[in-house]
Ligand binder design. Structure first.
Ligand SMILES: Cc1cc2nc3c(=O)[nH]c(=O)nc-3n(C[C@H](O)[C@H](O)[C@H](O)COP(=O)(O)O)c2cc1C
Length: 295
């Protein structure tokens, strides 16, 4: 492993490691106004949601590493502690990037980047019409994490009102990730599009507690076929399969014929694990584990 002590490398290089490794990051397209009401809208990927009760989001218009100046968005929220956080989908990503140009103070990025400002209901900053999810927020705190170039300015926002385009909802009214088509920021100039096979499900652990890796026999943990992800699914079961489940699997003709084809324990184990892998792919975890149990 490469070892890095943050204080021993230039901030720009450190920034590269941080943004490359902590990725993908969602993008807050933050709309603010200055004290004279001039609008500003800029993207920030040092961003996330941190609670639902109260509903809180945080983003960070940081101090520039280059010259330690501050961003207009930071200056604006100090003058008018309100913001609309607009989420970014694939359809708008190039315009969002355009809005991140370092335009002079007072220049309206809605105009420069071709976005449509719409009035908010509870705060002064405009919403971005093209964004399918808009959060009207009041700024409840600004936490400066340092005074040198590259330091963060955490803008802590409490959400007052949410606007979600119905076109990204499923029949039950929940956000459908396949319809939302969100994009996220990675290191360098890379982005990530949450669509197609990039979007997949990992079932939450249920109310019964998982048995964990330590309960799986060594010959399964050391499998040459099953991966860490496969074992993660098997270890998520509450317990090892009982005698009955194991015997049921072994009793089937297909299984008997299958195992009789392999002369050595190693070859048989490999083949059984390959079979278990198929069962795992079909979500049949108890059966998968049951056929792997030996003895
Ligand atoms: C996708 C994306 C994400 C960005 N994330 C951040 C960020 O988290 N913090 C930051 O300070 N600048 C970030 N930037 C750069 C700012 O958007 C850029 O400095 C912008 O000019 C700031 O505008 P302002 O001075 O009007 O606030 C990001 C740019 C892009 C394109």
């Amino acid at each position: 492993m490469k070892e890095i002590i943050p204080s021993e490398i230039p901030v720009a290089k450190l920034f590269g490691y941080l943004t490359g490794c902590v990725a993908p990051r969602p993008i807050a397209f933050a709309s603010t106004v200055d004290k004279d009401g001039n609008p500003n809208v800029s993207p920030f990927s040092f961003f996330n949601v941190f609670g639902a009760n109260p509903p809180v989001m945080v983003f960070s218009p940081s101090r520039r590493g280059r010259d330690n100046t501050t961003k207009h968005t930071y200056q604006n929220v100090k003058e008018v502690p309100e913001v609309v956080i607009n989420m970014v989908n694939f359809q708008m990503v190039n315009q969002v990037s355009l809005a991140s140009n370092e335009f002079a103070k007072g220049v309206n990025e809605f105009v420069k980047a071709g976005f449509t400002p719409i009035e908010s209901d509870l705060v002064k900053p405009f919403r971005v019409k093209e964004s399918p999810a808009q959060f009207e927020c009041k700024v409840i705190d600004v936490i400066e994490t340092g005074s040198e170039g590259g330091a963060g300015n955490l803008v802590v926002c409490e959400i007052l009102k949410i606007h979600v385009d119905e076109s990204i909802l499923d029949e039950s009214g929940a956000v459908d990730p396949h319809k939302a088509d969100w994009v996220a920021r990675m290191g360098k100039d890379y982005y990530c599009r949450a669509s197609g096979t990039s979007v997949f499900e990992v079932e939450k652990p249920g109310t019964t507690i998982a048995m964990g890796y330590d309960q799986l026999p060594d010959y399964i943990l050391q499998s040459k076929v099953l991966t860490g992800n496969d074992l993660g699914l098997l270890a998520n079961l509450p317990e090892l399969p009982g005698k009955e489940d194991i015997e049921k699997e072994r009793a089937s003709k297909e299984y008997q014929q299958f195992v009789s084809e392999f002369a050595t324990i190693d070859a048989r184990r490999k083949a059984i694990h390959a079979l278990a892998k198929q069962l795992i792919e079909h979500g049949d975890f108890v059966r998968a584990l049951a056929i792997c149990i030996e003895g």
